[in-house]
Ligand binder design. Structure first.
Ligand code: ADP
Length: 743
């Protein structure tokens, strides 16, 4: 087999082919394993240099290295880079004509390449597998190996077949590589590939120049204050802001532009050309800030990103690390800021529920399709969703779409959507609906588990980087935390300035902030895990409300121990206890004291430095408060347990205001008032689907200086009876939002 002669005879030789002087931490161990023909699993972050772990051995072997990767779009760049270094490599994938594929297969058989990149589907082609039979395969490299695991975040069925492919190739030494695999996923990869006693290398998750930070915020305004502060901190530098949805991207872009910040946008709803243009402008530093969904980032190599901000929590810690890790590739200090608002959790719960439709929805849809019968039918998913819904079960268009796609994938139907025209072609549905319910439930459980993991990261009080390294099953290199994150070092200076100016301040009445917190904890302890934040807050401030009396809370020793405080402020402090992990909430919303909380309460423990710093910023003595402008009721909006936050959460899951009222057992008037106040605060409230444009202009004509809390009667009179009070309230929402946006 002389035709596969090695390109180099030592690792050093091979390194010089790449023009590198040395191997990086983690690479040499992995390469050594491959050279000893051992199977191995390499878990190293994106950009850490995983490719070299198979490329160097490929140059030393007398034979061929096959690289399996799902990322067809990136193969050409990878191969071009190798060819520029005179390393004979190619890719064979569906982007080539069959003629070109054939030519490459023939060249491969004649020994023209040392490295061939393919997608996992390639092994379905007998032309290809047959050709491989005559070739000495020295190494099988499986990139993005987490795709083999159902527990990973990017499962691909063709990856599951790679175990058999390996056997068919004569079980060559195999190296599996991934940037994101928890210990469970690692084990899954090993068994799904049938690796034999593999070495596992988890390396490089520490990033010395990155400052990881989670800012717990309650309002949209706080998010923008934080962004402003960070943009000021790294003036005229490059940023990415990740948002959970396209709509959210648009809002953020709109807001930043109004503040005079040059901002680009990137999401899946834009055309390829538009996306490319936005990306290039950002890479060339023409637009410093790029606001994007998770559609952005793959294969993007920009080294001078000074901050990656997450406007909403992402769906998993894997995704978070991957996205945040795009900051500071040049080794210079950079920030990774996660803006965490509990309301955002609802967005993900909504996604998870609707991308993993329930059995009930599938069955209902199946009956519907059976009734349609064979042939093509035009449909309206919005109407369908409405007709499927019941008072206790709301069906969303997104859930229907996911279910239809599944049925299409299984060959029962075809669902077509062109503009606003939608149709379903029904094929053979005479068989029963036999879906893999277990698998469906499992995937939903996985998505929920991943959400839980990122929420744990956000709530964690330990070193952020250690948390991440441990999550991926590595051993943190630092013994006393990274000494770089908000937990190790406290709130960063840039943010302190912003918080001093903008944070909710609570009058301490001259009392020590920590003492106040101990009283709050005492209140939580006395309620014995049976009450929610509002009831406990009512008790602490000595509220005379019926609900407090009826619950017998006025008889507790903690009744009225924070008499001087407003109830909203007490709710905020209860939230703070949860944020500090001094308390938690159960599924009924009842607040429970934690072990750490008990220790603080009993003065057996002391708060961390960052908690103390936070408390310092939270409380203000009465004198300095009186120098501040008076606090409007909306200043204290939406503590995470508040009624506003709950309305916002439901609104953001796409539920209409009338349904929110129904499900919360509130009047429509109350819910509309909530939405008005939330709009005024700059929260993402969007009622455009319910707005009558003509009426909106009429309301705009009479609104004048009307403000939230003012009487509505004069407006109704000025409108001369063209609408009801609730219609007026509804149409005031976008007008109040405009007012916030123009501030
Ligand atoms: P990954 O696959 O882990 O995302 P890559 O293999 O694409 O990372 O490598 C990331 C970058 O690091 C590439 O530009 C590569 O050229 C560079 N690189 C990798 N190893 C070394 C090394 N030993 N010395 C210098 N540069 C390296």
């Amino acid at each position: 087999m002389g035709k596969f002669t090695p390109l180099a005879h030592s690792i050093q030789d091979a390194l010089s082919l790449f023009s590198y002087t040395s191997l990086r931490n983690g690479q040499s161990e992995a390469i050594q394993d491959v050279l000893e023909k051992r199977d191995s699993l390499v878990v190293m972050p994106t950009g850490s240099g995983k490719s070299l772990c198979f490329q160097i051995p490929a140059c030393l072997f007398e034979g061929l290295t096959i690289v399996v990767s799902p990322l067809i779009a990136l193969m050409k760049d990878q191969v071009d880079a190798l060819q520029r270094k005179d390393i004979p490599a190619t890719f064979i994938n569906s982007s080539l004509s069959s003629d070109a594929q054939n030519k490459r297969i023939i060249a491969m058989q004649s020994g023209a390449f040392r490295i061939v990149y393919v997608a996992p589907e390639r092994f379905r082609s007998t032309r290809f597998t047959y050709a491989l039979q005559d070739i000495p395969i020295q190494l099988l490299a499986i990139d993005e190996a987490h795709c083999i695991s159902e527990w990973g975040h990017d499962f691909r069925t063709d990856y599951r077949k790679l175990k058999q492919v390996r056997i068919d190739l004569g079980s060559p030494p195999t190296i599996a590589l991934t940037a994101t695999a928890t210990p469970e996923v690692q084990q899954d990869i090993i068994s799904a590939l049938g690796l034999e006693r593999p070495k596992i290398h988890v390396r490089g998750f520490e990033r010395e120049n990155l400052f990881f930070e989670v800012a717990q915020v309650r309002t949209q305004k706080e998010k923008f204050d934080r962004i402003d502060a960070l943009i000021n901190h790294h003036k005229n530098q490059s940023f990415v802001i990740y948002c959970a949805t396209r709509k959210q991207c648009e809002e953020v872009v709109g807001n930043l532009k109004k503040r005079g910040i040059k901002t680009g946008m990137y999401h899946g709803g834009l055309s390829d050309a538009a996306r490319r243009k936005e990306q290039e402008k950002w890479i060339d530093d023409k637009t410093p800030v790029l606001v994007a969904t998770n559609a952005f980032g793959m294969g993007v190599d920009k080294s001078n990103v000074r901050a990656v901000i997450h406007f909403n929590i992402p769906g998993s810690l894997e995704a978070y690390y991957q996205e945040a890790g795009r900051a500071g590739r040049d080794g210079i200090d950079a920030n990774c800021l996660l803006l965490f608002s509990i309301a955002d959790r609802g967005i993900h719960e909504f996604f998870i529920e609707n991308t993993h439709p329930s059995k009930m929805l599938f069955e209902k849809l199946w009956r519907y399709i059976n009734n349609l019968g064979k042939g093509s039918h035009s449909v309206d998913l919005k109407l369908m969703a409405k007709s499927f819904s019941t008072p206790t079960w709301r069906v969303h268009v997104m859930g229907l779409e996911s279910a239809l796609r599944t049925l299409q994938f299984m060959g029962f139907i075809e669902y077509l959507k062109q503009g606003c025209l939608e149709s379903i072609s029904v094929y053979d549905v005479s068989v029963g609906l036999d879906l893999d319910w277990r698998g469906l439930n499992q995937r939903r459980a996985i998505a929920n588990g991943q959400l839980k993991n990122i929420l744990e990261y956000a709530a964690s009080t330990g070193c952020r980087q250690s948390h991440i390294v441990n999550y991926f099953g590595g051993e943190p290199r630092f013994s006393k935390g990274c000494q770089k994150c908000d937990q190790c070092l406290g709130i960063p200076e840039y943010a302190k300035i912003s918080m001093e100016q903008n944070a909710t301040k609570i009058p301490s009445g001259g009392e020590d902030g920590l003492l106040i917190m101990r009283k709050v904890l005492a209140g939580i302890a006395r309620a014995k895990g049976r009450r929610g934040a509002h009831a406990i807050a009512g008790m602490l401030v000595g509220s005379q409300a019926k609900s407090v009396k009826q619950a017998g809370l006025q008889n507790l020793s903690t009744f009225g121990i924070l008499k001087q405080m407003k109830k909203d402020d007490a709710v905020y402090l209860l939230d703070l206890c949860t944020k500090f992990s001094w308390a938690s909430r159960n599924e009924h919303g009842c607040v429970l004291i934690s072990k750490a909380g008990l220790e603080i309460m009993k003065e057996l423990g002391t708060p961390s430095e960052s908690q103390m710093a936070f408390l310092e910023l939270t409380f203000v003595s009465r004198r300095s408060r009186s120098m501040r402008p008076s606090r409007s009721s909306s200043d204290s909006l939406s503590g995470t347990g508040s009624t506003y936050a709950e309305t916002l959460r439901l609104h953001q899951t796409g539920i209409g205001y009338k349904e929110i009222a129904k499900s919360r057992e509130l009047t429509v008037q109350t819910v509309l008032r909530h939405l008005q106040k939330l709009s005024l605060e700059g929260e993402a409230v969007d009622v455009s689907g319910d707005i009558d444009k003509v009426l909106l202009e009429k309301v705009r004509g009479v609104v004048g200086n009307w403000n939230f809390g003012d009487r509505e009667k004069p407006l109704i009179e000025a409108l001369d009876g063209v609408c009801t009070y609730n219609m007026l309230r509804l149409h005031l929402i976008p007008l109040l939002k405009e007012r916030f946006d123009s501030k």
